[in-house]
Design a protein around this ligand. Structure first.
Ligand SMILES: O=C(O)CCC(=O)C(=O)O
Ligand SMILES: [Fe+2]
Length: 247
C-alpha cells in the first residue's frame, strides 16, 4: 500500500535536493524478481505435446519437474501478491485470486529458451496452428495463487498487440500459456466448446491441475469460454504468459 505522506528522512531530503539523483531514480524500473533457474528439467526428447482438444487445447505433462514446481511455489510465495477485487470492471470476469504481475522480457525469454518450450513449439507437427511466425513469450508475466473458495469465473482471453525484441518487431499474442505448479482439490480449468446452433450442448472439457503440466489454449477470436473452477482444498499456483507471433 502507498504511504499516506512522503517519509521525512534525511535520506529522502538529500535525494530530492540533487536533481540528477532524482532523474536516475525516476528512470529505474521496478525490480524484477530474482526468478529461480529452471532446474532440474525433463529432457525435451522425453516430453510430448498432447491434445486435450485438437487444434485448440494442448498439454505438456512434466514441463516442470515436481522439484522445480516446489522451488517455484516457495519462491513465488515471497512475492508481493495482491488479492484481486471480487467486483470486476464492466465486461470483466469475476476473478478472485491472489496475483502478481510483472513486465519482464528477460524472464519471458528465459522461460522460452531455457525450457523445452521453444523446441516443442517450433518443431510442432503443424506449426500453422500458432497463427504466425512464433517469436517467443509475452513479457507480461502473471502469477496466480488460488486458496480455497477462490476461482476465476467464465471468460475469454483476449489477444494483445505488443512490440518485442531489439530492434522491436510488431507482434500479437495467439495462445495462452498456463503452467500449473501445485496440486489442489478442485481448481480445474474447464473449457466450454460451442456446439451447433440447434444441436446438443457439448460436454465441457476439463483440464486437471497437474503439477508441472503446461497447458496452451487458443485465445483471441478463437478462444473458448473457460474458467478456473473454485479451489476446494490446498493451493493452486499458476504461472501465466502467452505465445507471441509476428504481426
Ligand atoms: O487458473 C486457471 O485455471 C485459468 C486462468 C485463466 O483463465 C487466465 O489466466 O486467463
Ligand atoms: Fe483465461
Amino acid at each position: 500500500m502507498a504511504p499516506k505522506s512522503k517519509p521525512k528522512s534525511k535520506h529522502s531530503k538529500s535525494q530530492s535536493s540533487d536533481p540528477s539523483a532524482l532523474k536516475t531514480l525516476a528512470k529505474t524500473p521496478p525490480q524484477r524478481p530474482n526468478w529461480p533457474t529452471f532446474t532440474p528439467l525433463v529432457p525435451t526428447l522425453d516430453l510430448t505435446v498432447t491434445s486435450l482438444l485438437p487444434n485448440q487445447i494442448l498439454l505438456i505433462p512434466n514441463f516442470f519437474t515436481t522439484t522445480l514446481c516446489r522451488t517455484y511455489t516457495t519462491f513465488l510465495s515471497t512475492l508481493p501478491l495482491t488479492t484481486t477485487p471480487g467486483k470486476p470492471k464492466r465486461g470483466e470476469a469475476v476473478r478472485v485470486n491472489d496475483r502478481f504481475q510483472v513486465h519482464d522480457p528477460t524472464f519471458a525469454q528465459m522461460l522460452w529458451t531455457q525450457t523445452s518450450l521453444q523446441e516443442l513449439v517450433t518443431h510442432f507437427d503443424n506449426p500453422s496452428i500458432w497463427g504466425g511466425e512464433v517469436l517467443g513469450l509475452n513479457p507480461n508475466i502473471r502469477v496466480y495463487r488460488y486458496r480455497p473458495e477462490q476461482f476465476f469465473d467464465k471468460h475469454y482471453d483476449e489477444s494483445n498487440q505488443l512490440n518485442v525484441g531489439e530492434p522491436s518487431i510488431g507482434a500479437k499474442t495467439t495462445w495462452t500459456l498456463l503452467i500449473y505448479l501445485s496440486r489442489c482439490e478442485g481448481g480445474e480449468t474447464v473449457f466450454y466448446p460451442e456446439g451447433p446452433k440447434h444441436g446438443p450442448i457439448p460436454e465441457p472439457i476439463v483440464a486437471e491441475v497437474e503439477p508441472g503440466q503446461a497447458l496452451l489454449h487458443r485465445h483471441g477470436d478463437d478462444c473458448l469460454l473457460h474458467e478456473g473452477r473454485e479451489v476446494k482444498g490446498g493451493e493452486k499456483w499458476v504461472l501465466r504468459s502467452d505465445l507471441v507471433v509476428k504481426r
